[in-house]
Design a protein around this ligand. Structure first.
Ligand SMILES: [Zn+2]
Length: 375
């Protein structure tokens, strides 16, 4: 299996190594030489029964790295440096501003897609996919969300939830990350929140194929939004927390159809955008009463005052709740996909089967992880 650059997706030029978990984050969360649990070891499936240790893949945290072009790697070093400062602020209970939240959301896109490609390589492409994108193409290209939770009664460390599932390999929309006392839930998909945030959105999305049947494209009708925020934004609730950020993204759709450009001369979009020419909407923050308010001022500071969940819940229970949210959300996201009715019957059948297997797998994995206490 050829390993292309994790950033540009092309053949690697002037090879360097990109750490999927960046080195600053490895240092922030413990010993740089420690071994970590890197999920279910699918290629060793035949040995699981005779050698139970082969079920979970363990290796040195600093060797979780993949090839990248030298230029691509340095292009992203600013994002890493900026994010390091922002994460340190969060960990020290300092306020962050809306511009920093935007950077943090970019970084979560980077890490999420990094994990997806990493596991694609590690599991030797178990879902037989053909990656149509690498990190660069998926950074700030789809609506996204981040929810933050605080659990103080835990030792420093890092964990990731849901990155090794079939559902995630199928479509990397959702995962969980723990950094020391903080748990982050990250979600991203095309037009996931746009309609409910009053933004333009794609009506009747459907998959079509071009010549190559493995590469699906989405079609639909781009329509103007309702110019107001609905009372309910999320199609499925997340665990309660006051720190939730939601951002509509329209980069890939700017000027997509010049006769009917729903973003151009759209006052609502202009008022509710952070960087309109980059297709980045405002950050919608969670208010008491469950409403979300759009903030387009980059310097606006948001509170990082999060209840400490360890007062009420045991660590085991909390981790189980958080992990279940991720696994269940991944299953839910498999239903949030464009319609397959325009595809030929064979492709429809194969997609249905893939989704069915991915759902079954997430349920099995969740039960197995709980039974074995692998959290
Ligand atoms: Zn590259």
């Amino acid at each position: 299996m050829k390993k292309n650059c994790v950033f540009c997706g092309e053949g690697v030029k002037d090879k360097t190594k990109e750490h999927i978990i960046p080195q600053w984050l490895i240092r922030l969360t413990g010993d740089s030489n420690r071994e970590i649990n890197l999920g279910v070891n699918y290629p060793k499936q035949d040995e699981w029964v005779t050698n139970p240790d082969s079920f979970i893949r363990k290796f040195s945290i600093s060797s979780f790295q993949f090839p990248a072009c030298s230029k691509c790697n340095s292009d992203y070093s600013k994002l890493e440096n900026d994010t390091k400062t922002i994460i340190e602020k969060l960990l020290n209970k300092k306020k962050v501003n809306i511009g920093e939240v935007d950077t943090l959301l970019d970084w979560f896109d980077k890490v999420r897609i990094g994990f997806w490609l990493g596991y694609y390589f590690l599991n030797k492409n178990m879902t037989s996919i053909t990656p149509q994108f690498a990190i660069a193409k998926r950074l700030a290209s789809k609506d996204r969300m981040l929810a933050v939770y605080h659990y103080s009664d835990i030792s420093d460390g890092i964990n990731f939830v849901g990155v090794d599932t079939l559902a995630f390999q199928h479509s990397p929309t959702c995962f969980g990350l723990r950094i020391n006392e903080y748990y982050f839930f990250n979600l991203s998909a095309d037009f996931l929140f746009s309609k409910n945030l009053g933004f333009p959105y794609l009506a009747n999305p459907a998959y079509i194929t071009e010549n190559n049947h493995s590469s699906l494209m989405t079609t639909g009708e781009l329509v103007k939004g309702k110019d107001k925020v609905k009372s309910r934004i999320l199609k499925r609730e997340v665990l309660d927390t006051p720190v939730q950020f939601i951002q509509p993204i329209f980069k890939d759709y700017l000027g997509v159809d010049s006769n009917n450009d729903v973003y151009k001369d759209n006052d609502y979009v202009t008022r509710n955008s952070l960087f309109q020419n980059e297709g980045k909407g405002a950050i919608f923050v969670y208010e008491s009463g469950g409403r979300y308010t759009g903030i387009a001022n980059r310097n606006f500071e948001v509170s990082n005052n999060i209840d400490d969940l360890s007062i009420d819940v045991s660590l085991e229970e909390w981790v189980r709740k958080f992990s279940r949210m991720v696994y269940d959300y991944q299953i839910h996201m498999l239903t949030y996909t464009p319609s397959i009715h325009l595809l030929d019957k064979a492709t429809q059948k194969s997609i249905r089967l893939q989704l069915k297997n991915a759902k079954k797998h997430n349920k099995l994995l969740m039960d197995f992880m709980i039974e074995k206490g692998h959290f």
